[in-house]
Design a binder for this molecule. Structure first.
Ligand code: NAP
Length: 236
């Protein structure tokens, strides 16, 4: 039986690479998007097993409706990937309570709400949260709000792993620098400095994160829960 998968923020970037892995495996994939309507439609055209679903992960009502749609169409959900995320790289002085809250609403509270509602139609399966090495040990003053949200997401992963065991495995993947839109405006000098800290000497590709997520969702990972797996090329 085809698995029913939800990937948030799945029309572009890492989320799209994750959705493609499941789509190519013939799973039924709910491709959530917020602003990328055009990219989502392209995926729907290319794959008959793609179900595109618009929802702003910062809004509880949108999340509730999205899960209701999956419930009415499939009656169940097997795999959830909390991938939607935003950053706001600015100096501390430029950040505000509102800008900090916006990061938490998508990256942390959004992931919590997706699980809260998805849980109602998930008897067993796997949840994978896309965190970041910034939530573990990479310090970067411009993104203290983002880093805190990802540390929170890792904490959420641990608590959910305990609460939802043994039927649902909950893990996090923590990417380092990955080539996506999120990093396309990096200053060249800064990028060169960061490259020197990576053992493999390059930024990663979205599909290199996707393959780890696909593994964690599979039966091959049946004894893995509560883990945070770094996909960072060996960053120091
Ligand atoms: P990206 O290219 O900027 O894509 C961000 C994705 O998040 C888009 O699909 C976007 O959807 C979605 N999103 C943002 N706000 C949303 C909202 N309110 N509701 C629903 N979807 C929303 O970033 P990325 O690099 O692929 O990042 C994906 C995840 O990996 C994020 O959680 C990020 O923190 C994490 N990560 C990335 C890196 C990296 O180096 N790239 C490293 C570590 C962790 P729409 O376009 O439809 O709005």
């Amino acid at each position: 039986m085809a698995r029913v998968v939800l990937v948030t923020g799945a029309a572009r970037g890492i989320g799209k690479a994750i959705a493609l892995k499941f789509l190519e495996n013939k799973d039924i994939v709910y491709v959530n998007y917020n602003k990328s309507d055009k990219e989502a439609l392209e995926l729907a055209k290319a794959f008959s097993n793609a179900r595109i679903i618009k929802a702003d992960i910062a809004l509880e009502e949108d999340i509730k409706k999205m899960i209701d749609v999956i419930k009415s169409q499939e009656g169940r959900l097997d795999i959830v990937v909390n991938n939607a995320g935003i950053a706001n790289d600015t100096l501390v002085e430029s950040k505000t309570k509102e800008s900090f809250q916006k990061i938490l609403d998508v990256n942390l509270i959004g992931a919590f709400l997706v699980v809260k509602y998805a849980r109602e139609i998930m008897e067993k399966g796997s949840i994978i949260n896309i965190a970041s090495t910034n939530g573990i040990d990479t310090y970067y003053p411009y993104s203290l709000d983002y880093d805190a949200s990802k540390a929170g997401l890792i904490s959420l992963t641990h608590n959910l792993a305990l609460e939802l065991a043994p039927n649902i495995r909950v893990n996090a993947v923590a990417p380092g620098w990955i080539n996506t839109d999120m990093n396309k405006e990096l200053d060249e000098e800064f990028k060169d400095k960061e490259l020197k800290k990576i053992m493999l000497g390059r930024f990663g590709e979205a599909k290199e994160v996707a393959s780890v997520v696909f593994f964690l969702a599979s039966q091959e990972a049946s004894y893995i829960t509560n883990s945070v797996i770094r996909v960072d090329g060996g960053s120091r």
